[in-house]
Design a protein around this ligand. Structure first.
Ligand SMILES: [Zn+2]
Ligand SMILES: [Zn+2]
Length: 438
């Protein structure tokens, strides 16, 4: 599909571009961004909207293969495009885990068949996610994996982590670490602090994350490999990243929208949609993470989209599985809570959700430069709406249901094709090209 998007404000952090402009898409790639482009193609009048490079989620649990009652590649990618994502990186903790070529190939084939956006598989670090022996990284890489992670589980064995970094370093792909010391977590279900004491619930101390961050920074330094740390949530963790950077260690990190927006105080409601790992931290930690996002310490915002079936979450807090969905609300939460509250500006938010993720995992996209894939999100920053319990995801385990947020994804284009239109009943105003006069 060829398409000319006119009258939009175009924000592209990859080129430091923020101005009113037209965007011409030809054959699935960006042909041109500029003023008053003329082309005999369908025209989308995007007056009042913002055009940005499509979001890229570094951390999505698609649950397929093996747990299709929670989510599938089809439903998870529909949720992705509804959230402005044009690509998601699929975590390896499926059943069976993505620890061998056949699983990677199955994910890629299913995404090509039934996916609404691009899917980049992440391979397992260890066979069976058991943390004992390394998976065959070269094979996984050749099959299409863009990173390696046992996410959901930490890698307790430091020697295995060292070997993983060395091996991944040779292949020039990152190891993504879920930083947690399970001995310190000790069966905890929420952040260890005032509220875990008040509620009499098992606490997960900040140190559970911070000790592992410290270890892995040392191992990244030693191996000179690229360590990417998933969902950081504590002040000590972001401090460690800051000083690692200063020392020239190749570390990158992500945070989730929920750790930026919510705190452990909310767990008093006992809603199991407030149970995730790492847990919601105290206001002190949240503030430190906000500071780290403003000063550039944090590289990316990733959702850790973790769908669970309603019945699985509809149990006592202690018994509920960890995790919440996030793809469909990420942009709105971050715009409402970060941009509107002037923690960061829109350009920085788009960088965190698109340009930086592309760079971190070395993926196409994250840019509107000519020749880039035509992966685009259209945003309305003025629209206020209430999050309801109807999602494109199969799951609805979101703590943001009922919240009113400002800023919304209205359309998503992947490879030049419109994959999501918020108002299908009243579609975006696309007009046909005028016939040329002879
Ligand atoms: Zn994790
Ligand atoms: Zn995860």
């Amino acid at each position: 599909m060829n398409l000319l998007i006119t009258n939009a404000r175009v924000v592209d952090p990859s080129q430091d571009f923020d101005a009113k402009a037209d965007v011409l898409i030809e054959n699935g790639v960006i042909a041109e961004v500029g003023k008053k482009i003329r082309a005999a193609v369908d025209t989308l009048d995007a007056a009042g909207l913002i055009v940005v490079p499509g979001f890229i989620d570094l951390h999505t649990h698609l649950r397929e293969p093996g747990q299709e009652h929670k989510e599938t590649i089809a439903s998870g990618t529909r949720a992705a495009v509804a959230g402005g994502y044009t690509a998601v990186c699929a975590m390896a903790n499926t059943i069976p885990p993505n620890d061998e070529r056949a699983v990677t190939e199955m994910i890629i084939a299913e995404a090509a068949r039934n996916g609404s956006c691009r899917v980049y598989p992440i391979g397992a670090v260890s066979r069976g996610l058991k943390g004992e022996e390394l998976a065959e990284f070269a094979d996984l890489r050749a099959a299409g994996c863009v990173a390696l992670s046992d996410d959901g589980k930490p890698i307790a064995n430091a020697q295995l982590m060292r070997r993983a970094l060395e091996y991944a370093g040779m292949l020039q792909i990152p190891v993504v670490a879920h930083e947690e010391d399970l001995n310190l977590t000790d069966g905890g279900v929420m952040h260890e602090g005032l509220y875990s004491t008040l509620l009499g619930m098992g606490g997960i101390p900040a140190a559970s994350e911070e000790t592992m961050v410290a270890r892995d920074v040392i191992l990244a330094h030693m191996t000179r490999a690229h360590l990417h740390m998933a969902h950081l949530s504590t002040s000590g963790a972001v401090d460690a990243v800051r000083s690692a950077r200063r020392a020239g260690v190749h570390v990158t990190c992500e945070v989730t929208p929920h750790h930026l927006a919510l705190t452990d105080e909310m767990v008093q409601s006992f809603s199991t949609n407030l149970k995730m790992n790492p847990p919601l931290r105290s206001e002190e930690h949240r503030k430190a993470v906000l500071e780290a996002i403003a000063d550039g310490t944090i590289d990316a915002i990733a959702t850790d989209h973790a769908p669970h079936h309603f019945d699985e979450k509809n149990v006592e807090f202690d018994l509920a599985p960890f995790g919440i969905i996030g793809l469909e609300t990420a942009f709105s939460i971050c715009h409402d809570r970060l941009v509107r509250k002037r923690v960061i500006d829109l350009r920085r938010l788009i960088e965190l959700m698109s340009t930086a993720p592309a760079r971190i995992f070395n993926l196409p996209g994250g840019s509107l430069r000519a020749g880039s894939p035509a992966d685009i999100a259209l945003l309305n920053l003025d629209e206020r709406f209430q999050v309801t319990n109807t999602f494109q995801s199969k799951a609805s385990n979101s703590p943001f249901i009922g919240e009113t947020l400002q800023g919304r994804v209205v359309a998503t284009i992947v490879g030049g094709a419109l994959q999501y239109d918020l108002r299908e009943q009243a579609p975006l105003p696309v007009s046909k090209p005028r016939k040329k006069k002879r």
